[in-house]
Design a protein around this ligand. Sequence first.
Ligand SMILES: [Ca+2]
Ligand SMILES: [Ca+2]
Ligand SMILES: [Ca+2]
Ligand SMILES: [Ca+2]
Length: 506
Amino acid sequence: MRADPDTWIVGAVPNAASAKVAGRFATHHIGLRGTGGYTVARSQARAFANALKAKHLLVYAQANVLRKTLSMPDDPLSGPPNNWRATVADPSLMPPPVTPQSPLIALVDAAADMTHPEWTGDPNVATLPGTPVDNPHGTATMSVAVAPQNGIGILGVWPGARALNVPLKTSPGTDGEITCAESGDGIAKAVANGASVINMSYGSPSRCAAEWVQIYFAVAKGIIPVAAAGNEFEDGNPLEFPASLPHVVTVAATTPQDKSAEFSNANDAVDLSAPGVDIMTAVPPALPDPDKAQDGYSLQSGTSFSAPMVSAAIAWVRAARPDLTPDRVVQAIRLGARDVAKPGWDPLTGFGVLNVGNSLNLPADKLPIPDPLEPNDNIVWVKGKLFNGKRAPAIWSGGAPKRLNALLDEQEDPVDVYRIVIAGGKSAKVSVIPRFGDPSLEVFNSSAIGVSDEAGRVAVSEHAGSKKTERVTVKNTGTSSHSYYVAVKPQGDSRYQEREYTLRVG
Ligand SMILES: [Ca+2]
Ligand SMILES: [Ca+2]
Ligand SMILES: [Ca+2]
Ligand SMILES: [Ca+2]
């Protein structure tokens, strides 16, 4: 038996009499008060135990046996030079146990091959039926997220975590492309199946309103959307969607040397990076192997493989830190990233390379405050024209003043809109007190179609500077009560994207 040669452990009835006996020897009490275990020098162990025994206070005695630090053993294809996982998650970090209640990672993607040997006997992964496996992409993204520690192939970021492949039909005659309607339907299925995180390793420069609505619906339910930044840096570096929508965690790709991958799109929407060059992935054995060695595994490159690493890390942090709101989980992932390239955030790598350990350990008081009532980025989202057909609850309808603290971000959260109700003939005093950076204040009546519609604007206050409180008074000159929409936006040319403010109405 391997044990510490110098000490012994003696367990006593946890009471004052035992403590008195322990005080006569060179002892150290182990752990919480009232648990009664002591370490003692080996030379004194027998005398201490006998002294306790004489007073019927001895409970146990044993050698101070050694424990090995646990670490995640590699599977055959996850060791060097394929050890990207060690870059994002220290192998000594043990992921939380997987239970039926663990956060579900939904990967909206090409159909995954569930007959792949990597998933044999794995009860935690699934796909939705009915779509043929015609493309390696869905199998690969799922493996990077959750491939189990099973002596076969590779390890995902959270090996053995719960994952659902939501298969999309690829459009005939294209190179595995999908329509935006398919994407919207896939996101909705992920929501309906209880996703905690939705991974979208696809995109294009075209916006798609239907996809946007589904993503914001997910955000409103506390689900975190993650998307690949895109692989077109050398083809004009266009903004791609859904990656560049507000509230989406946008993932760029880095090389094994922590440099931005030459193909990885760079823009203000990028939140962080993860390895994306020569990533060992599982691929369907029955399809032609992308790297030509027909073995069910293939080295692949692209932001498509970086994004599911972040999705799995988000699920892990959600499991380990259930006290954090979803927006603060995203902040823990962003701010926990290991800074690379230019110091601080940059458009190539965002806040840096994913680092699960840092994100797990960032103290809650180092994270930004929770940001309430998102997504509220324009009047349509709050008025119920796009969502549920229901208006967002009013934050004030008369009576005592209401306050709330909130955040903006020029890219990720460009506008905050809140509904208030003013009774006929009454007024509301609205103010925005800056806490960080410079916000502006506008109020719109319910005829306004959006926060750029000046015809519907009934009040505005936009003093330059981060010290000045914005104040307006809005009077409802009609006889019946009406909804008004308070809009807070970033202003000024701060080098920071973030704003924090207190809104007061009443
Ligand atoms: Ca494996
Ligand atoms: Ca983003
Ligand atoms: Ca906000
Ligand atoms: Ca907002």
